[in-house]
Design a protein around this ligand. Structure first.
Ligand code: ATR
Length: 270
């Protein structure tokens, strides 16, 4: 029988997860279907439980549900617990829900393997201190950076995030204006400002032509952050398409025990 999987979010129409997972299934010969489900926040808890009864075997979770799903599942992996966010749910035959988070490993694979960015001993800056940042900090700290700085419009939020993760490694918090004149090897945009079409007042003096800029967001054209980085002479500015495919591959592996080849799938996206 064909196993059912899907992605939940609100809105969900833009999601590329169905395309990606169907390509993985075709490539690996796994017998599965994959659908997109629009689940509004008020229906999340009841829908999550209902999916098990409808024969779903697993779900990906996207905006705005990642943190709430972490509170609703029966069990969390260490990395999902640390992140306080779930992007992959496995549904057992008895209906038990296991939550995991593959965003961090997806980002690391894209950076280190696909883009060949040196993370060990690197000076890394993460812009933003919301849910997206929480998902990637454990993986970034595990890669052995020289410095890891989280900068945010609201300083208190960056400070709270830094103290939450400090037992995993050194992590500093600051405001955007405190970045002026500092230099970073890798700058990751994890703010949601691009969704409103803008770039917050990041000081361009923190960039060198060699700085790698990475936007967790992705779009058909350059995201505002990628366009901003390029306009300041950055040669290597990337959108998050690779991370999207890699986190999906990790979820596919958790569900099916088979690791798809991500390159042909990545090549079909912008
Ligand atoms: P997500 O799950 O996408 O991380 P979130 O938890 O709401 O969403 O976090 C959004 C992040 O983007 C926060 O760091 C937010 O900054 P604040 O903590 O100061 O709110 C940041 N952000 C969103 N819009 C922004 C803007 N216009 N300028 C600067 N930062 C912005």
């Amino acid at each position: 029988m064909t196993d059912r999987y899907g992605v939940i979010g609100h809105p969900i129409g833009h999601s590329k997860s169905p395309v990606i997972h169907r390509l993985f299934a075709a490539q690996t010969g796994e017998d599965l279907s994959y659908e997109a489900f629009d689940v509004p926040p008020e229906a999340l808890e009841s829908r999550l439980r209902a999916f098990a009864g409808e024969g779903l075997r697993g779900l990906n979770v996207t905006v705005p549900h990642k943190e709430q799903v972490a509170r609703l599942v029966d069990q969390l992996t260490d990395r999902a617990h640390l992140a306080g966010a779930v992007n992959t749910v496995t549904i057992a035959v008895d209906g038990r829900l296991d939550g995991d988070n593959t965003d961090g490993v997806g980002l690391l694979t894209d950076l280190a393997t696909n883009l060949e960015v040196q993370l060990e001993d690197a000076r890394i800056l993460v812009l933003g201190a919301g849910g997206a940042t929480r998902g990637i900090i454990p993986a970034l700290l595990g890669s052995g950076p020289r410095d890891l700085v989280v900068a945010n419009r609201t300083l208190e939020r960056a400070r709270a995030l830094a103290s939450h993760f400090e037992r995993l490694g050194a992590i500093a918090a600051c405001r955007f204006d405190e970045l002026a004149g500092r230099r970073f090897d890798l700058v990751i945009n994890a703010t949601s400002a691009g969704l409103q079409g803008g770039v917050p007042p990041f000081p361009a003096s923190m960039l060198t032509p060699e700085t790698v800029c990475y936007d967790l967001s992705y779009a058909m054209a350059d995201t505002p952050f990628v366009a901003w980085a390029r306009s300041h002479g950055v040669q290597h500015a990337h959108q998050g398409w690779g991370m999207l495919v890699e986190q999906a591959a990790e979820a596919f592996f958790i569900w099916r025990g088979v690791r798809p080849d991500t390159q042909p799938v990545r090549a079909k996206l912008p």
